[in-house]
Design a binder for this molecule. Structure first.
Ligand code: ATP
Ligand code: MG
Length: 401
């Protein structure tokens, strides 16, 4: 394993101060898989308070858990004192974080064997739980007895599914059995943490694994108890938001806006995601327009930029072939569809002598006109039409645009 110099320097610094120090967790796993680690975590026998004094630039990111972030010229590195957590009150909070004296004890409290390996620049790999063999077998397996480990912290259930989805792994059989039995204890975990892991699970290559969490009662608090055809999820583009919309579509009998809103709120998602998922689901629920003007009219509710996603969801979930509407979308791209896109303003109409009440009415009629004739969206053409407003009004009411 090749560690970046800044990480090596941190390890050497702690070791020369007399503390055993290893690179641990995700960076070891990813390196063994031939992937570039996203970040580097370091575990050390050095107590938190001492680590803080050994480096000039640090941030106390997780004091309660003995974690400090060391800022280096290249990357921030999380340095955590060896930990031992043995007693959990409610599948959630370690009662108190006890320090361990050795790396093996620290690794033993980690979630999965593939995440419970350490690397030392001189001593090499430390793999007491068979993580490397599990990487080769391509399985996610709890460290130790899965029943005990999942009872300590139910989030590990979802993490196990999440890593299996991200890495395209299977779940080791005893670990799977335990997931089935203990999924309902996910109710003890905060909605934010569940949503975060669920999002990563959905964005992975096996999003259908969410069905295990759902069918065994892990997401019942969100109102999700069954899912039909979970295999469809992997055909949706690999975005957590799109696949979450797909998951809701496949799981809910009642797909009303208020039901969806309440589930998304319970999931504690941010407003932007909530808005997007709601728009995607409402886009699944409409009859698709067949001509350009009707499509542009829909843009006031479903903005043009969301239509590509709506159509890709529809093709998977409704089994539609949307070739024609894709073509229509690209043809009308950039064309005006609301008042603010007109090449004329209310002031221009005031200057022509229209009063306030009429200005709104005329702008509305001109918007209607350019839905059918985008080529007329020039100042001159619109002023001409505004001069002859009565005839425009007649054409609109007769449907002769
Ligand atoms: P990635 O950052 O790609 O998600 P990672 O392995 O770094 O992967 P983190 O969530 O950052 O995952 O956690 C860092 C390490 O901490 C893990 O590799 C694992 O050893 C340990 N860990 C994280 N969460 C838990 C948990 N709930 N129970 C036990 N160990 C955990
Ligand atoms: Mg990480």
């Amino acid at each position: 394993m090749i560690l970046p110099n800044d990480v090596l320097n941190i390890i050497e610094n702690l070791e020369s101060a007399g503390y055993e120090t290893w690179a641990v967790g995700g960076c070891v796993r990813d390196s063994l898989l031939g992937l570039t680690p996203k970040d580097y975590d370091v575990a050390t026998s050095c107590p938190f308070a001492v680590t803080n004094t050994l480096f000039p630039r640090t941030v106390k990111t997780g004091e309660a858990y003995g974690t400090i972030t060391v800022l280096t010229p290249s990357i921030p590195v999380e340095v955590t004192s060896f930990r031992l957590e043995s007693h959990y009150a409610d599948s959630r909070h370690p009662e108190n974080v006890l320090l361990a004296h050795d790396i093996i004890t620290d690794l033993s409290r980690r979630d999965l064997t593939i995440n419970a390996m350490a690397w030392h620049p001189k001593r090499g790999l430390c793999d007491p739980f068979g993580g490397k063999a599990d990487l080769q077998k391509r399985v996610t397996r709890a460290v130790g007895d899965p029943n005990i480990r999942f009872k300590e912290d139910a989030l590990r259930i979802l993490r196990c599914l999440r890593f299996a989805s991200e890495l395209d792994f299977d779940i080791e059989i005893n670990t799977l059995e335990s997931i089935k039995n203990l999924a309902p204890t996910l109710k003890n975990i905060s909605a934010e943490r569940i949503s975060c892991e669920l999002g990563r699970l959905l964005a992975g290559v096996r999003p259908q694994l969410c069905a295990l969490a759902i069918e065994y009662g892990g997401l019942a608090d969100f109102g999700l108890e069954h899912i039909k055809q979970p295999d469809l999820l992997c055909r949706i583009p690999d975005s957590a938001t799109l696949r979450l919309a797909g998951l809701l579509w496949l799981s809910l009998d009642d797909k009303s806006a208020s039901k969806i809103q309440s589930i998304l709120r319970r999931m504690r998602l941010d407003n932007r995601t909530i808005h997007k998922v709601k728009s995607l689901l409402s886009g699944l629920d409409i009859t698709l327009p067949t001509d350009a003007a009707a499509l542009k009219r829909k843009f006031s509710i479903l903005k043009p930029e969301i239509w590509g996603d709506i159509l890709s969801l529809r093709s998977v979930l409704l089994n539609e072939d949307n070739e024609e509407i894709y073509q229509l979308l690209s043809k009308i791209s950039g064309q005006p569809w609301n008042r603010s896109m007109l090449d004329i303003s209310g002031d221009d109409l005031h200057d022509m002598g229209y009063d306030n009440r009429m200005v709104g009415e005329v702008l509305q009629a001109l918007t209607e006109l350019v839905l059918y004739h985008p080529e007329l969206n020039t100042k001159d053409a619109l002023l001409n039409q505004a001069k002859d407003y009565n005839s425009l009004k007649d054409k609109i009411s007769e449907g002769h645009l």
